[in-house]
Write a protein that binds this ligand. Structure first.
Ligand code: PAF
Length: 278
């Protein structure tokens, strides 16, 4: 698997693939790869002839006091996993290649970043929108695959790619879970064993809320029960437990097609997110 480290190198390599007639899928990541990331590569291979992945821990999407410094990094291990999964090319730029001196542009989507995780992590989705725009603009792939675990990120990226005519189709891939139901996340590595056990309350509370809503339960009561279940299980903080429209992220007080249950909270010192369709 070839590794390129500059935007121009990425553009040239993908252009060469497309000139040779290949349809190209792009999988952006921050590394610390797990089976959820490899499922994104598999989704790319199902939709294209070649998959290009990127690894870049983007400083602009971490707030002050967040986990940028301790975010797990293992490029060699990740590269081996990507190659075994069928990736053709890895883009692994350093910070200076992505944000050279004088860099002063930001991409901001209106509205969607102000709610849910964005309300708790101000500026986070501006950092995501900026780096994803740069990645998509340099890759110029046919399709890009993002995990549905970060549903809000996916909604923002879809809006942005359409608004800015980025020319790459944005596709979401289903959440991959451990056998006990916990959604895979690079941040699960931070969880001490007792916190990992507490964390299971998140998928369980979402599944219970889904069942209650499907059985006709009242939305406000079901959401309050969900948030209470997390607090009772020992979450240090519950950021939100909400029912939203999956595309606009507007809060809903009744179930409707496309509705999504969204929850986030902190276990120990680790912030976890999860969501479920209805
Ligand atoms: O989901 C992620 O891993 C990151 O937010 C992304 C999309 C690679 C941008 O840095």
């Amino acid at each position: 698997m070839e590794i390129v480290r500059t935007p121009a190198g990425l553009t040239a390599a993908v252009e060469a693939m497309r000139r040779a007639g290949a349809r190209v899928a792009f999988v952006p990541t921050m590394g610390a790869l797990h089976a959820g990331h490899l499922a994104l590569v598999a989704e790319g291979l199902a939709r294209a002839d070649a998959v290009v992945a990127s690894i870049f821990v983007n400083p602009r999407q971490f707030g002050p006091g967040e986990d940028l410094a301790r975010y797990p990094r293992d490029e060699a291990g990740d590269a081996a996993k990507l190659e075994a999964a069928g990736c053709t090319l890895l883009y692994a730029p350093d910070v200076a290649a992505m944000y050279p001196p004088g860099f002063s542009s930001f991409v901001r989507v209106d509205g969607l970043p102000d709610v849910l995780c964005g309300a708790v992590r101000p500026g986070h989705f501006d950092g995501v929108a900026t780096v994803v725009t740069k990645l998509l603009a340099a890759a110029r792939a046919d399709v890009a695959i993002f995990g549905e675990k970060d549903w809000q990120q996916l909604a923002i990226v879809k809006r942005m790619a359409a608004d800015l005519d980025l020319g790459t189709e944005i596709v979401g891939a289903p959440i991959v879970r451990d056998s006990d139901g916990l959604a895979l996340s690079s941040r699960n590595l931070y969880l001490a064993p007792e916190d990992r056990a507490r964390a299971l309350a998140l998928p369980r509370a979402l599944a219970e809320a889904q069942g209650r809503l499907r059985a006709g339960g009242g939305v406000a009561e079901v959401l309050a029960q969900g948030a209470l279940a997390l607090a009772t299980a020992g979450f240090a903080r519950v950021d939100y437990f909400e029912l939203v429209d999956g595309e606009t992220l507007a809060t809903l007080d009744a179930v409707q097609p496309g509705a999504r249950l969204m929850a986030a909270g902190v276990v120990g010192t680790t912030r976890l997110i999860d969501n479920l369709g209805l």
